[in-house]
Design a protein around this ligand. Structure first.
Ligand code: PEP
Length: 254
């Protein structure tokens, strides 16, 4: 089965939700659905990012399904005295092929900075995994007209010094902070045009893809995916139920 060139990425991070049993059930159902609907695998690049506790189990269920499994975070060092952290080799050992880096919740609550995102991107690439670098601006920056500069600075800082080959393995997700989560409001297509044009202008041809995330749901996914500059969707709540995620995959498959 060949995946068509330019197929959109459509993935979900479960954040701090789902037990092991719930994660397994979702993953098993997803693998079965993709086996039954091969056109989804041909036309979409699905990825699922469980909590660390479910990573190995979910990766085992999804083996051979065409779904990329990712970790929500990983440390920049390979091993050592970093209580509570897990490294890129450890998440790879558990089955992750992708590492999410720099989500706004980690920047806000866990001290993630441009420097730590750069170190994590480098570690992820060094071990042959795909970094998914998340960037986004708060509402005050948007209101002051500074969205593009803010996110470009985050991307430049995190990707500084990478070779073109390394850059070509990086996924970027633009996730305006004001659009994320239950207090967020979905961004409109006109609001996304300038930030995406800026990201695509500087990094589009050099990185693997630039995705949109933030209150994506089944009613706005098609118009977001129809934007020329949007290479895929990164989804939270609307994809936490398997049926919701499958609906998004079907929308993306067209
Ligand atoms: C997110 O937190 O990255 C996200 C996209 O969440 P939601 O879709 O729930 O807004």
């Amino acid at each position: 089965m060949e995946r068509i060139d330019g197929a959109p990425w459509v993935g979900t991070s479960w954040k701090m939700t789902k037990t092991l049993a719930e994660g397994r059930e979702f993953a098993r159902g997803l693998a079965e659905a993709l086996a039954a609907e091969p056109r989804l695998r041909e036309r979409v690049r699905p990825f699922v990012i469980p909590p660390h506790t479910a990573l190995a189990a979910v990766a085992a269920e999804l083996e051979g399904s065409g779904v990329v499994v990712g970790a929500q975070n990983a440390h920049w060092e390979d091993a050592g005295a970093w209580t509570g952290e897990v490294s890129v080799p450890q998440v790879a050992d558990a089955g992750a092929a992708l590492v999410e880096i720099g989500h706004s919740e980690r920047r806000e609550h866990f001290g993630e900075t441009v420097e730590t995102t750069a170190a994590k991107v480098a570690a992820t690439l060094r071990h042959g995994l795909t970094p998914l670098l998340c960037v986004g601006e708060p509402a005050e920056v948007r209101d002051a007209g500074g969205s593009a500069e803010h996110i470009l600075a985050q991307v430049r800082g995190a990707l500084d010094g990478l070779s073109e080959e390394e850059l070509g393995r990086v996924l970027v997700a633009y996730e305006p902070i004001w659009a994320i989560g239950e207090h967020g409001r979905p961004a409109t297509v006109p609001e996304l045009e300038a930030p995406f044009a800026a990201l695509q202008g500087e990094f589009g041809s050099r990185t693997a893809a630039i995705l949109y995330g933030g209150s994506v749901h089944q009613d706005n996914a098609a118009e977001l995916l129809a934007m020329d500059d949007v290479d895929g969707l990164f989804v939270g709540r609307a994809a936490w139920r398997l049926e919701g995620y499958l609906e998004l995959l079907r929308l993306a498959a067209g």
